[in-house]
Design a protein around this ligand. Structure first.
Ligand SMILES: [Zn+2]
Length: 161
């Protein structure tokens, strides 16, 4: 079974920075497969490796079920870096690792990301809207940051589902 248990806040792995991937080997391939399977079985649009207990810089994202505008479908990104950010806005956000709450956080409307694809090729692309938001959220996971850490006020910007 490749669907993995999603770690829940306050699990310590969620609060720790993840290690960069140095070689895209079979183990990385297995993590990617597990991330895709776990995401498909979840209500979310993206997931990061530390959420399934693998402290490696790998994220997957697929907003096609939730986003009408321009997007990239299934994204698998290794060692992602945000190269450019544009247009701050406040958005309501949730997290598979914090299932009981949503919160208002500031995100950028458009971001440009760079990373490796599973074939070890460098990819660079621009994302906007929900896709940009999801990718910023997942890159945060790789740095041990949860949306809870970005909420301005726990009394006015955090909501029970
Ligand atoms: Zn999350």
């Amino acid at each position: 079974m490749a669907v993995q248990k999603i770690l829940q806040y306050p699990h310590p792995i969620l609060k720790s920075p993840s290690e960069p991937v140095r070689t895209i080997d079979d183990r990385v391939g297995r993590i990617i497969k597990n991330l895709l399977d776990t995401l498909a079985a979840s209500p979310g649009v993206a997931i990061a490796a530390p959420q399934i207990g693998e402290a490696r810089r790998i994220i997957v994202c697929d907003v096609s079920k939730k986003m009408k505008g321009k997007h990239h479908g299934r994204i698998i990104l290794i060692n992602p870096v945000i190269r450019r950010r544009e247009g701050k806005k406040i958005v309501r956000e949730g997290c598979l690792s914090v299932p009981d709450y949503t919160g208002n956080v500031t995100r950028y409307e458009t971001v440009e990301l760079e990373g490796l694809d599973p074939d070890d090729r460098t990819v660079r692309f621009e994302a906007e809207g929900l896709e940009a938001q999801a990718l910023q959220h997942e890159v945060d996971h790789l740095d041990g940051i949860l949306f809870l850490d970005r909420i301005a006020s726990l009394s006015t910007d955090l909501f029970r589902r």
